[in-house]
Each structure stands twice: as C-alpha cells, then as structure tokens.
Design a protein around this ligand. Structure first.
Ligand SMILES: C[S@@+](CC[C@H](N)C(=O)[O-])C[C@H]1O[C@@H](n2cnc3c(N)ncnc32)[C@H](O)[C@@H]1O
Length: 253
C-alpha cells in the first residue's frame, strides 16, 4: 500500500484534513481579506473544505490543486453537491508541477502541505509568484513549542522550525506576519483521533486484507508518535502573511 492510500484511509471521516475548525478557516479568510469575486489558489487542497467554506462565506472563486485522486474526487463531488463547481476548479496534480498564472490571485494558501516544496521558506517563494502586489499568503504549518525537542523526534521532522524562526523567514521573504490562528489541544486531538478512527474502522472491515499488518503498524506508530512526542513538542497554526514593500525612510527596523 502506498503512502497516499494510507492517507485516504486515515482521512476518510474528515473534511478539514488538519488540526483546525470551520470557524478558524473563516477567520483566516477574513484576515486574508477575501471578498466576492476574489481569486484564491490553494496548494494541497485536500477535499477542498477550506475553498468550499470561503466560496460559501465570501463568494470567492478559486483553484485547488492536490496530488491525491481520492481527495480530488471527494472535493469535486462535494463542490457539485453544493453547486460550487463553476466557482472552484480542482486540479489533480503534484502542486509543484502546476503552472499557474503569475500575479493573478488575491490570496494563495497552503494549509498543512508545505512539504510540497520542502518547507516553509520554499513555500513562500513558490506562492508569492501567484499573488498580485497587495495579495496575501495563508500558510498552515507546524512549529516546535520549545528549543528542547526530543532528539529522536527532531530527527524525523527536519523541516519544522520554532515560531521566531518562521517569523524571520517570513520577513526575509518580504512579508510581515500579520496574524496567527493557532490550533488548540482539542483541535490536535480531533484531527489525530479522527485519523485513528478511520484506520481502526478500516482494520475492522478488512481483517483478511494483504496490507492489514502495514495499516496496523501505521496506526500504532502514528499513535505512539502523537502521545510520546508530537503532543508535547509540536504546535500547529495558520499564519497570514501580508506583503511589505517598503518601510518609511530612516526606519532602523
Ligand atoms: C494535511 S493535508 C491538508 C489538506 C487541506 N489543505 C486541508 O486543510 O484540508 C495535505 C494535503 O497535501 C496533499 N499533497 C501531498 N503532496 C502533494 C503534492 N506534491 N502536490 C499536491 N498535493 C499534495 C495531500 O494529498 C493532502 O491532501
């Protein structure tokens, strides 16, 4: 079984595939200044729940790109059911291969998928080409909660930074960190437990499947990682980045 099949199983009972909530996604939309007719591009859009929420709440149009055929199919089905297929296009492709119209979007987002480009910095560098000069970026990303992370766990998560490091990268790339929408402990528990729930249901339904052992091992590893390490050392938040073109003359900041 491939990694994306395991993702489909663990995420099958979720719509937002991250430690977040519909209210927080709406809040991000407000901070991104989304309004009717705005164009949004969402990289690693999953089942397009954020785009669906923004289309219904703010009247945006947009494009969502995701590599998983299963998630793209779920997204298209949902958008059809909500009569949003004319507003939101879903492209099933690796996001870093997708050729977008540069400078054409009011906002570019990547919520929990910065691994597409290999990290937070590379994500800003790729996405800033998509927005016009007053456009904003929304990035959902993990961070270390302290500088003292268990070394065994830190080695598995080489692209995770502390928030001061994320902020410095943001500034180096020509943006200011305008807003943090932080996942609570409950958001994490909901996201991670929804994954266990999906995996256990699959195991119950597929006890003779040739990949049973692999799925079971994935479930146990995921659970142990969360309870031993992630829970303690890792946070997650959505960051809104505002473009900062120039500072007043004489500013020493
Ligand atoms: C944690 S999920 C987040 C989904 C969505 N942003 C949300 O918040 O509901 C990460 C998503 O990235 C997608 N993904 C992983 N690698 C990708 C790639 N190279 N190109 C496009 N999408 C990718 C996965 O299929 C998955 O849907």
């Amino acid at each position: 079984m491939e990694f994306f099949d395991l993702m489909s199983i663990s995420h099958r009972y979720m719509e937002i595939l991250n430690p977040s909530t519909p209210e927080k996604i709406i809040k991000l939309g407000k901070i991104l200044k989304l309004k009717k007719g705005n164009r949004v591009i969402d990289f690693g859009c999953g089942c397009a729940e954020p785009l669906t929420i923004w289309a219904e709440e703010f009247g945006i149009t947009g494009i969502g790109i995701d590599i998983s055929k299963d998630f793209c199919d779920r997204a298209k089905k949902k958008l059809g059911g909500r009569r949003l297929s004319d507003q939101i296009e879903i492209v099933c492709s690796p996001a870093d291969d997708y050729v977008f119209e540069e400078g054409a979007f009011d906002a570019a987002t990547c919520i929990g998928a910065t691994f597409i480009w290999g990290g937070y910095k590379q994500t800003i560098q790729a996405m800033k080409r998509a927005i016009h000069q007053n456009g904003r970026l929304g990035i959902g990303e993990t961070h270390w909660l302290s500088n003292q992370v268990n070394p065994e766990y830190a080695q598995k998560q080489t692209t995770t930074h502390t928030e001061p490091e994320l902020t410095q990268i943001t500034r180096d790339e020509g943006f200011e960190l305008e807003y943090i929408i932080r996942a609570s402990h409950n958001d994490w528990d909901r996201y991670i437990s929804d994954g266990w729930y999906g995996l256990i249901r699959w195991l119950e339904e597929n006890s003779t499947h040739p990949d049973y052992e692999q799925v079971f091992k994935h479930f146990r590893t995921d659970q142990d990682d969360y309870l031993k390490f992630q829970n303690q050392y890792m946070g997650w938040a959505m960051y809104c980045l505002a473009p900062m073109k120039s500072r007043p003359k004489g500013s020493q900041l």
